[in-house]
Design a protein around this ligand. Sequence first.
Ligand SMILES: Cc1cc2nc3c(=O)[nH]c(=O)nc-3n(C[C@H](O)[C@H](O)[C@H](O)COP(=O)(O)O)c2cc1C
Length: 187
Amino acid sequence: MTSPYRVVAFSGSLRQGSTNTALVRLAQRIAPPELQIEWIDWVDQLPWMNPDLEEDPPAVVQRWWQTLREADGLLVGMPEYNWSPTPLAKNALDWATRPPDDRAIAGTVVAFISSGGRGGGAKAQENLTPILGFMGATMVVEPPVQLALVRDRIDADGNADEEITEAVRAKLDAMLEALRQRDAASA
Ligand SMILES: Cc1cc2nc3c(=O)[nH]c(=O)nc-3n(C[C@H](O)[C@H](O)[C@H](O)COP(=O)(O)O)c2cc1C
């Protein structure tokens, strides 16, 4: 290994004590040395998607595009509201699919880790996975991390029970494998 892969990460929940934020914190802590996970805490500053803004993209949009282009991977703590991604996550990912002639998300290895209610976030993941793949991202679908009703099994710092910890670890391993395969294919 010459240098670790750069993975940027954000949480789709603004809630204090968010379990999805906690999952990303857990991922940061247990990531293998080959994955360097960098927390992005400013996606809530992206403006609501408005194609009018694309003519002269605001600095924060350009920063988001640049961040994605410089990263190898993107890890999202993906909550589910009403069978859908949260507006925060959807907005950040909508911007990530722009501009149409040079999509920031293209070529990025993307993984979702979710904590939800009974649904565990499965529908939020299913909503975006095919379209982001179509937009040029490599989606790490297996093994799914779709945790239902786990608020008492993980704390705000990402200290979790063994089952949750191992589920996140397996997802990171799959992400690393996808990055290696991407590099092998382009060698
Ligand atoms: C408006 C709203 C809608 C929700 N809809 C769903 C849903 O469709 N499926 C689900 O599994 N959980 C649903 N939940 C529960 C959240 O996923 C759950 O509260 C989760 O812990 C939120 O993530 P967080 O802990 O990171 O804030 C909903 C919660 C809210 C506030």
